[in-house]
Design a protein around this ligand. Sequence first.
Ligand SMILES: Cc1cc2nc3c(=O)[nH]c(=O)nc-3n(C[C@H](O)[C@H](O)[C@H](O)COP(=O)(O)O)c2cc1C
Length: 207
Amino acid sequence: MNPAPSPLPPFHDSLDASFFEVWRLLQEGPRLRRNAFHMPALATVDAHGQSQVRTVVLREADPATGRLRFHCDRRSAKAAEIEASGRAALHGYDTATKIQIRVAGSARLHTDDALAEAAWAGSRIMSRTCYGIAPAPGTALPTGGAYTQPEDGADLDLSRANFCAVVVTAERLDFLFLDRRGHRRAGWARGEAGCGEAGWTGTWLAP
Ligand SMILES: Cc1cc2nc3c(=O)[nH]c(=O)nc-3n(C[C@H](O)[C@H](O)[C@H](O)COP(=O)(O)O)c2cc1C
């Protein structure tokens, strides 16, 4: 006998509940290692118009402001691409919930302000040492191991100089839930004047 099908999730036919689910998963991401939104893919466009994508660790997602934060080396290609375009997108697919979330919006580097200081203060020593890598990320090396990274306990001033926090302010959200009884896709956009959850307008979309 086939097992009884699991009940459809409460957001299945509620656009508002789907919106809530998007932010619930994004907010959980930084805390829960198993949530796909712990390590979303970050997309940018480089100087040649070529799309670039790579994994980052999501540090914070705030539904009230629509902001998502991750950290990177300010010498990295992604930092240059974000600085040049002011745009970025994030993507994750959570196999447990069968939900894909795509976020697109403006993006800004924070290197020396209070936000960057707080992000640096809140990061682990082990993570901090990564920003002291020499030569800079992406530099061609004669052998795979021809780079240095500060030892534990080393002065991390240089690492701090290379550290930056990136804040993506979501302007578009795309939600896709897969279920053979009926896929659900929804999208939300936030107008320029939009601030906080009230600024979003959403619609169901054909999956
Ligand atoms: C599991 C995982 C987590 C990562 N987290 C970050 C991160 O939080 N920030 C970051 O800059 N790079 C992170 N990386 C490395 C990037 O994916 C990428 O390889 C590197 O930063 C160079 O990217 P770029 O040349 O596009 O700047 C992570 C990679 C993996 C595999």
